[in-house]
Design a protein around this ligand. Structure first.
Ligand code: ATP
Ligand code: MG
Length: 201
Protein backbone atom coordinates (compact mmCIF):
# COMPACT_ATOMS: atom_id res chain seq x y z
CA UNK A 1 0.00 0.00 0.00
CA UNK A 2 1.34 3.42 -0.93
CA UNK A 3 1.75 6.12 1.70
CA UNK A 4 -1.02 8.08 0.01
CA UNK A 5 -3.39 5.08 0.24
CA UNK A 6 -2.47 4.60 3.89
CA UNK A 7 -3.23 8.26 4.62
CA UNK A 8 -6.60 8.10 2.83
CA UNK A 9 -7.59 4.94 4.74
CA UNK A 10 -6.48 6.46 8.01
CA UNK A 11 -8.54 9.60 7.39
CA UNK A 12 -11.65 7.54 6.54
CA UNK A 13 -11.20 5.42 9.66
CA UNK A 14 -10.86 8.52 11.83
CA UNK A 15 -14.06 10.03 10.33
CA UNK A 16 -15.95 6.85 11.33
CA UNK A 17 -14.31 6.81 14.75
CA UNK A 18 -15.18 10.45 15.36
CA UNK A 19 -18.85 9.77 14.54
CA UNK A 20 -18.93 6.92 17.10
CA UNK A 21 -17.20 8.97 19.79
CA UNK A 22 -19.34 12.07 19.15
CA UNK A 23 -22.49 9.93 19.48
CA UNK A 24 -21.21 8.48 22.77
CA UNK A 25 -20.39 11.97 24.10
CA UNK A 26 -23.91 13.08 23.14
CA UNK A 27 -25.33 10.10 25.10
CA UNK A 28 -23.38 10.87 28.28
CA UNK A 29 -25.20 14.05 29.18
CA UNK A 30 -26.01 13.53 32.88
CA UNK A 31 -24.24 15.15 35.82
CA UNK A 32 -24.17 13.86 39.37
CA UNK A 33 -21.91 13.28 42.31
CA UNK A 34 -20.08 10.02 41.70
CA UNK A 35 -19.17 7.16 43.99
CA UNK A 36 -15.85 5.66 42.94
CA UNK A 37 -14.16 2.57 44.38
CA UNK A 38 -10.45 1.85 43.98
CA UNK A 39 -9.79 -1.66 45.17
CA UNK A 40 -7.57 -4.67 44.42
CA UNK A 41 -4.17 -5.86 45.62
CA UNK A 42 -1.98 -3.74 43.35
CA UNK A 43 -0.33 -0.44 44.20
CA UNK A 44 -2.06 2.76 43.18
CA UNK A 45 -5.38 3.03 45.04
CA UNK A 46 -4.68 5.88 47.44
CA UNK A 47 -2.34 7.65 45.04
CA UNK A 48 -5.09 7.63 42.40
CA UNK A 49 -7.51 9.16 44.91
CA UNK A 50 -4.98 11.90 45.65
CA UNK A 51 -4.59 12.48 41.92
CA UNK A 52 -8.33 13.22 41.71
CA UNK A 53 -7.95 15.42 44.75
CA UNK A 54 -5.35 17.52 42.90
CA UNK A 55 -7.75 17.82 39.97
CA UNK A 56 -10.62 18.94 42.18
CA UNK A 57 -8.45 21.51 43.99
CA UNK A 58 -7.38 22.79 40.58
CA UNK A 59 -11.01 23.80 40.03
CA UNK A 60 -11.14 25.52 43.40
CA UNK A 61 -13.32 22.77 44.87
CA UNK A 62 -13.23 21.86 48.56
CA UNK A 63 -11.95 18.38 49.39
CA UNK A 64 -12.28 16.37 52.58
CA UNK A 65 -10.03 13.41 53.35
CA UNK A 66 -10.57 10.78 56.03
CA UNK A 67 -7.77 8.25 56.41
CA UNK A 68 -9.01 5.20 58.26
CA UNK A 69 -6.70 2.53 59.71
CA UNK A 70 -3.44 4.33 59.01
CA UNK A 71 -2.04 6.36 61.85
CA UNK A 72 0.92 8.05 60.14
CA UNK A 73 0.64 11.77 59.94
CA UNK A 74 3.96 12.29 58.14
CA UNK A 75 3.15 11.02 54.66
CA UNK A 76 3.98 13.02 51.53
CA UNK A 77 0.29 13.42 50.70
CA UNK A 78 -0.48 14.83 54.14
CA UNK A 79 2.57 17.10 54.01
CA UNK A 80 1.45 18.55 50.71
CA UNK A 81 -2.34 18.57 50.73
CA UNK A 82 -3.10 19.48 54.34
CA UNK A 83 -1.31 22.81 53.79
CA UNK A 84 -3.40 23.71 50.75
CA UNK A 85 -6.46 25.92 51.02
CA UNK A 86 -9.83 24.14 50.61
CA UNK A 87 -8.56 20.94 52.26
CA UNK A 88 -9.91 19.23 55.35
CA UNK A 89 -7.58 16.38 56.36
CA UNK A 90 -8.28 13.80 59.05
CA UNK A 91 -6.02 10.94 60.06
CA UNK A 92 -8.47 8.73 61.91
CA UNK A 93 -6.70 5.42 62.25
CA UNK A 94 -4.47 4.05 64.94
CA UNK A 95 -2.58 1.59 62.79
CA UNK A 96 -3.22 -1.78 61.24
CA UNK A 97 -5.10 -4.45 63.17
CA UNK A 98 -1.91 -6.47 63.58
CA UNK A 99 -0.27 -3.41 65.20
CA UNK A 100 -3.08 -2.36 67.52
CA UNK A 101 -4.09 -5.96 68.43
CA UNK A 102 -7.09 -4.55 70.24
CA UNK A 103 -10.40 -5.14 68.50
CA UNK A 104 -12.54 -3.11 70.90
CA UNK A 105 -10.29 -0.10 70.50
CA UNK A 106 -10.20 -0.52 66.72
CA UNK A 107 -14.00 -0.52 66.68
CA UNK A 108 -14.34 2.66 68.73
CA UNK A 109 -11.61 4.35 66.65
CA UNK A 110 -13.44 3.42 63.43
CA UNK A 111 -16.77 4.62 64.81
CA UNK A 112 -15.34 7.95 65.93
CA UNK A 113 -13.82 8.24 62.45
CA UNK A 114 -17.17 7.58 60.81
CA UNK A 115 -18.74 10.47 62.76
CA UNK A 116 -16.22 12.80 61.12
CA UNK A 117 -16.87 11.23 57.71
CA UNK A 118 -20.62 11.76 58.26
CA UNK A 119 -20.04 15.48 58.82
CA UNK A 120 -18.18 15.74 55.52
CA UNK A 121 -20.85 13.68 53.76
CA UNK A 122 -23.50 16.13 54.90
CA UNK A 123 -21.61 19.29 53.91
CA UNK A 124 -22.61 20.46 50.42
CA UNK A 125 -19.61 22.84 50.39
CA UNK A 126 -17.31 19.81 50.12
CA UNK A 127 -17.22 18.65 46.49
CA UNK A 128 -15.05 15.57 46.99
CA UNK A 129 -14.78 13.26 49.99
CA UNK A 130 -11.99 10.67 50.07
CA UNK A 131 -12.47 7.74 52.45
CA UNK A 132 -9.01 6.20 52.33
CA UNK A 133 -8.63 2.54 53.42
CA UNK A 134 -12.16 2.42 54.75
CA UNK A 135 -12.82 -1.03 53.21
CA UNK A 136 -10.88 -2.68 56.04
CA UNK A 137 -13.28 -1.29 58.65
CA UNK A 138 -16.11 -3.00 56.74
CA UNK A 139 -14.20 -6.22 56.15
CA UNK A 140 -13.45 -6.61 59.86
CA UNK A 141 -16.98 -5.56 60.82
CA UNK A 142 -15.82 -2.43 62.70
CA UNK A 143 -18.32 -0.36 60.75
CA UNK A 144 -21.67 -1.41 59.35
CA UNK A 145 -21.59 -1.47 55.53
CA UNK A 146 -25.34 -0.75 55.35
CA UNK A 147 -24.89 2.36 57.51
CA UNK A 148 -22.00 3.56 55.35
CA UNK A 149 -24.04 2.99 52.20
CA UNK A 150 -27.04 4.84 53.65
CA UNK A 151 -24.94 7.86 54.63
CA UNK A 152 -23.25 7.91 51.23
CA UNK A 153 -26.62 7.68 49.47
CA UNK A 154 -27.95 10.61 51.51
CA UNK A 155 -25.01 12.92 50.66
CA UNK A 156 -25.46 16.16 48.68
CA UNK A 157 -26.34 15.20 45.09
CA UNK A 158 -23.27 16.81 43.46
CA UNK A 159 -20.74 15.54 45.99
CA UNK A 160 -18.20 12.97 44.76
CA UNK A 161 -16.94 10.19 47.03
CA UNK A 162 -13.82 8.10 46.48
CA UNK A 163 -13.26 4.96 48.54
CA UNK A 164 -9.97 3.09 48.58
CA UNK A 165 -8.85 -0.20 50.04
CA UNK A 166 -8.49 -3.87 49.25
CA UNK A 167 -11.41 -6.26 49.30
CA UNK A 168 -14.27 -3.80 48.73
CA UNK A 169 -17.52 -5.52 49.74
CA UNK A 170 -19.91 -6.42 46.92
CA UNK A 171 -22.65 -4.12 48.26
CA UNK A 172 -20.29 -1.17 47.90
CA UNK A 173 -19.35 -2.20 44.38
CA UNK A 174 -23.04 -2.50 43.50
CA UNK A 175 -23.73 1.01 44.78
CA UNK A 176 -20.74 2.60 43.00
CA UNK A 177 -20.68 4.42 39.67
CA UNK A 178 -17.07 3.65 38.85
CA UNK A 179 -15.01 0.74 40.18
CA UNK A 180 -11.39 -0.04 39.38
CA UNK A 181 -9.63 -3.13 40.64
CA UNK A 182 -5.89 -2.61 40.56
CA UNK A 183 -4.04 -5.81 39.83
CA UNK A 184 -0.77 -6.64 41.55
CA UNK A 185 1.58 -7.63 38.73
CA UNK A 186 4.81 -6.88 40.56
CA UNK A 187 5.79 -4.91 43.65
CA UNK A 188 9.28 -3.74 44.62
CA UNK A 189 8.57 -4.67 48.25
CA UNK A 190 8.73 -8.36 47.35
CA UNK A 191 12.25 -7.80 46.03
CA UNK A 192 13.22 -6.50 49.47
CA UNK A 193 12.93 -2.79 48.73
CA UNK A 194 11.49 -0.74 51.54
CA UNK A 195 8.72 1.83 51.10
CA UNK A 196 10.19 4.83 49.31
CA UNK A 197 9.23 8.39 50.28
CA UNK A 198 7.54 10.12 47.35
CA UNK A 199 6.44 6.82 45.84
CA UNK A 200 4.95 4.69 48.60
CA UNK A 201 4.22 7.26 51.29
P1 ATP B 1 -0.53 3.79 47.12
O1 ATP B 1 -0.78 4.58 48.38
O2 ATP B 1 0.94 3.69 46.83
O3 ATP B 1 -1.37 4.21 45.98
P2 ATP B 1 -2.35 1.63 47.66
O4 ATP B 1 -3.25 2.62 48.29
O5 ATP B 1 -2.80 1.00 46.40
O6 ATP B 1 -0.91 2.26 47.47
P3 ATP B 1 -2.27 0.20 50.16
O7 ATP B 1 -2.80 -1.17 50.34
O8 ATP B 1 -3.00 1.34 50.77
O9 ATP B 1 -2.05 0.42 48.61
O10 ATP B 1 -0.79 0.18 50.65
C1 ATP B 1 -0.07 1.28 50.92
C2 ATP B 1 1.39 0.98 50.92
O11 ATP B 1 1.64 -0.40 50.63
C3 ATP B 1 2.17 1.73 49.84
O12 ATP B 1 3.44 1.96 50.40
C4 ATP B 1 2.25 0.78 48.70
O13 ATP B 1 3.37 0.95 47.86
C5 ATP B 1 2.33 -0.55 49.41
N1 ATP B 1 1.70 -1.59 48.58
C6 ATP B 1 0.62 -1.46 47.80
N2 ATP B 1 0.34 -2.61 47.16
C7 ATP B 1 1.30 -3.49 47.55
C8 ATP B 1 1.60 -4.86 47.24
N3 ATP B 1 0.86 -5.53 46.39
N4 ATP B 1 2.65 -5.43 47.86
C9 ATP B 1 3.41 -4.74 48.74
N5 ATP B 1 3.18 -3.45 49.07
C10 ATP B 1 2.15 -2.82 48.49
MG1 MG C 1 -3.92 2.98 50.13
Amino acid sequence: MSAEEKNTRHAARMVRKKAVIDAAIEQANQEKGLLLILTGNGKGKSSSAFGMMARALGYGMKVGVAQFIKSRKDTGEEGFFSRQPNVEWHVLGEGFTWDTQDRERDISTAQAGWKIAQQMLSDPEISLVILDEITYTMKYGYLDTAQILADIAARPPMQHVVITGRGAPQALIDAADTVSEIMDVKHAWRAGIKAQPGIDL
